[in-house]
Design a protein around this ligand. Structure first.
Ligand SMILES: O=C(O)CCC(=O)C(=O)O
Ligand SMILES: [Fe+2]
Length: 323
């Protein structure tokens, strides 16, 4: 079955539209975004870069193997997104993470294969656009949740400040390749197992269908319609940190990928500043929320965003000591 996802227009930051976004994000945690700043040309060029990189011979890709800082190449079956999976086989996909980039120039600072190095200006422009996008969604969520400061005045910049450009963060641009299922050993395993994302929110673009979300009852296909200019809507997944910040009100989207054809995805994982605490925000909507609240109070100790990320990464990589 196809998921019936709400569409949110990012050019409208009115209270009405922002409330609509917050309410939509409190259902399955997945929303389609329009007017998202990435042009059709940007998207085509990002997908082309992904194809060029993943077409390289495996030994060249392996020279950029994932590091402890979480940047670089992740080969097939190295990552296991579904930590509860019975087989533990891991995910049939390969990926490349750009994690270390300067939040002033938006220039990646990690060693890069020439496919990416030759396109640094373009990549920096895309990273900058992803941050504009992130800050826009942050502002709308703060308006939608009616976040207040300590004096009780509206604080629409609360989430923007948590993702300020002068804070070191682990936001990551990830290129993903899902091979055609019958070309993979053990093709019956999922291309990316069921999971929630570890940061605050994630933006997803994909070439073919395959992304599925869990609505609490069943798995639903995410079908991404095309906008008037021919470019796709962007999929917004709410992730763990926003779920913690809202005490469970905003849902960390449970999703997986079952690719029936070869698929490329461009995924931007947003993370707040490393030292930002995962405390619930000052919002009446959050305080009055009666659903599944999250116990993030670890014996009186509140985790920081980076501590939470490292806990998740340790669970995800099968080969954790080998980088
Ligand atoms: O390929 C996709 O659509 C999503 C990938 C994903 O969920 C992830 O890498 O965390
Ligand atoms: Fe994900």
């Amino acid at each position: 079955m196809i998921a019936n996802l709400p569409v949110i227009d990012l050019s409208d930051l009115s209270q009405y539209n922002s409330t609509k976004l917050a309410q939509a994000a409190s259902k399955t945690g997945v929303v389609l975004l329009k007017n998202h700043f990435l042009t059709q040309k940007d998207i085509k060029a990002l997908v082309l870069l992904a194809k060029q990189f993943f077409d390289l011979p495996p030994d060249i890709k392996e020279t950029h193997k994932i590091t402890k800082e979480n940047y670089g190449y992740i080969g097939p079956f190295v990552e296991n997104l579904d930590i509860h999976s019975a087989t533990g086989v891991g995910d049939a996909k390969e990926a490349f993470n750009i994690t270390n980039f300067n939040l002033c120039t938006f220039k990646p600072q990690q060693p890069l294969p020439s496919v990416f190095k030759d396109n640094l200006v373009f990549l920096s422009l895309c990273l900058r656009k992803y941050y504009v996008l992130l800050h826009t969604v942050c502002r709308m969520l703060a308006i939608g949740l009616n976040i207040k400061d300590s004096k009780g005045l509206p604080n629409h910049e609360y989430f923007v400040d948590a993702h300020a450009l002068d804070l070191k963060s682990h936001s990551t641009l990830r290129f993903v390749h899902y091979p055609e299922p019958d070309k993979v050993d053990g093709s019956s395993v999922s291309s990316a197992g069921a999971h929630t994302d570890y940061g605050s929110m994630t933006f997803v673009l994909g070439t073919n269908q395959g992304l599925q979300i869990f609505d609490g009852n069943e798995w639903l296909d995410v079908e991404v319609p095309t906008q008037k200019d021919g470019s796709p809507f962007l999929v917004l997944n709410i992730a763990d940190v926003l779920n913690f910040w809202t005490n469970g009100y905003l849902k960390s989207a449970i999703h997986r990928v079952r690719a029936t054809q070869e698929r490329y995805a461009i995924v931007f994982f947003c993370h707040p500043g490393d030292g930002v605490l995962l405390n619930p925000v000052n919002s009446k909507i959050v305080k009055e929320f009666k659903g599944n609240r999250f116990d993030i109070d670890n014996n009186g100790y509140t985790l920081t965003a980076l501590e939470h990320l490292y806990l998740c990464l340790r669970r995800t990589y099968k080969d954790k000591n080998d980088s």
